[in-house]
Design a protein around this ligand. Structure first.
Ligand code: GDP
Length: 465
């Protein structure tokens, strides 16, 4: 347990209905007693009240009344940090919250460092590292998907999967070690094949988690999207509709700039990070808006291309060049200006796309001018990246870079195990790499290798010598 008592404002520092000052640590109740006045004749002592109760009263600093408050009492280990915790709900003005915090600090608490409450929850064993990281992600979540994913991780979904994997691996390490120790009683006859099969299963599982982490990244950070289209196709108009702003200058003269600009938009709960929008926004110069070379570059690190084709004109060589770029990426083709008489129809567009070697590309008729067709666009994006909305529910997404790194390391070790088995190496080779995989996975949960391994080996396999 940490000895000192920490305090911080746990709500945003902006004017609001209420603000919360949180105190955690051994002296939390004692400090609360000193600054709390129940306002009743018989002064109530918070330290004598039962846990998980709320008390009305005032925060006082000596004779000065600071604020009228509700105080929540949570005795450890049944609190967020697993320590004694007091939460003071005061009025939300920045000044009021700050004064309450100052009073708490004056009476013996130390100002908490960023993330220190969560760190304590981890150090006190209430949550694992994947959950601690999820707390940060929940706070930072920018869209519904990201939030749901983080909440799930917070509930321990990642932990469960990783723990199950580790348990399986550990069992085999223990088996190998015991057999090597006691060859008379434990045979390794036919064992490499058996291990090989299990190893394949673990590898697949890690691969699934890695694949999902790509989706996870997209979920939390957004889908990097580039809008392509020949000059005047309606890119800025689309951008305006998506961002809901009139910032772009919509004009018949095309333009370009070297600056790149990213804009985030929320499309039906999914975040699109529109990249290279400067080229679309800046339209003063009489130059092609996004040159082909430039397009190629922005396409390279995009997750999605939105190709805007103009239904009111013929497809030209610009369109053809863009179609070339579509082959490499996930793309949606938007046939714009459908409010006008069609020169280019859906059918002719499909044909040209097919000629260019682009197949399985959806065509969505839209009118950027009349704000039509965007719902369908949003649905298609969701389908494309998350297989519709539902599949999300049974997936575990590892989105954190640190966790992903550990997964990659585990994967490498498991590949190594497979190779050693193939090559007919002695069993102790397997256990070295299995151990590396076990450790790498443990890092996701913030566990360093320790007693659990030792205990496991000897409790399960010791043959009584
Ligand atoms: P960009 O060069 O691709 O960025 O194209 P703009 O967005 O600047 O649009 C070029 C011209 O087409 C402007 O005059 C827009 O008002 C017009 N435009 C864009 N979208 C539509 C649409 O859906 N319908 C019609 N009728 N005009 C549009």
């Amino acid at each position: 347990m940490n000895s000192d008592t920490i305090a911080a404002v746990s709500t945003a520092m902006s004017p609001a209905g209420i603000g919360i000052v949180r105190i955690s640590g051994a002296e939390a109740f004692e400090i609360a007693d000193q600054i709390y006045d129940s306002g009743t004749k018989k002064k109530k002592k918070l330290s004598e009240q039962p846990s998980h109760t709320i008390h009305y009263g005032f925060i006082v600093d000596g004779a000065e009344v600071i604020d009228e408050v509700l105080v929540m009492l949570l005795r450890g280990p049944r609190s967020y940090t697993a320590e004694d915790t007091v939460e003071i709900n005061c009025h939300g003005g920045v000044f009021a919250v700050r004064r309450v915090l100052e009073t708490v600090l004056k009476h013996g608490a130390r100002a908490a460092e960023p993330g220190e409450f969560t760190k304590r929850a981890f150090l006190n064993g209430r949550i694992d590292l994947s959950q601690a990281e999820a707390v940060m992600d929940v706070i930072e979540a920018q869209n519904e998907y990201a939030l749901r994913s983080s909440v799930k991780q917070l509930k321990g979904a990642v932990q469960e999967r990783i723990k199950a994997l580790r348990a399986g691996i550990l069992y085999e390490i223990a088996h190998i070690e015991s057999a090597l120790d006691d060859p008379e009683h434990i045979s390794l006859e036919g064992y490499p094949e058996e291990l090989g099969e299990k190893n394949e299963g673990w590898k697949k599982e890690v691969e699934t988690l890695l694949r999902n982490s790509e989706d996870g990244k997209i979920m939390t950070e957004g889908i990097r999207t580039v809008i392509l289209g020949k000059p005047n196709a309606g890119k800025s108009s689309l951008l305006n509709v998506l961002t809901g702003e009139e910032r772009a200058i919509v004009t018949d003269i095309a333009g370009t700039t070297r600056d790149t600009l990213e804009e985030k938009v929320n499309l039906g709960g999914v975040t699109l990070v529109l990249v290279d929008t400067a080229g679309i926004r800046q339209t003063e110069d009489v130059v092609e808006k996004i040159g082909v070379k430039r397009s190629r570059e922005s396409v390279r690190d995009a997750d999605l291309i939105l190709y805007v084709a103009d239904s009111s004109t013929r497809l030209d060589e610009n369109d053809q060049e863009i179609m070339e770029l579509l082959k490499e990426k996930k793309a949606l083709v938007l046939l714009n200006k459908t409010d006008l008489e069609a020169v280019t129809t859906e059918e002719s567009l499909v044909e040209k796309l097919r000629e260019a070697g682009v197949d399985r590309t959806e065509i969505i008729p839209i009118s950027a001018l009349e704000n039509k067709g965007l719902e369908r666009l949003s649905e298609k994006v969701k389908e494309m990246f998350f297989g519709g909305e539902l599949s999300f529910n049974d997936q575990v997404y590892i989105t954190n870079a640190r966790q992903k790194q550990a997964l990659l390391e585990a994967h490498r070790s498991l590949i190594q195990v497979g190779e050693s088995i193939e090559a007919g190496m002695p069993e102790d080779f397997f256990s070295i790499d299995l151990m590396s995989a076990y450790e790498a996975l443990g890092r996701i949960l913030g566990e360093s290798l320790g007693e659990d391994l030792v205990n496991e080996i000897f409790s399960k396999f010791c043959t009584g010598k």
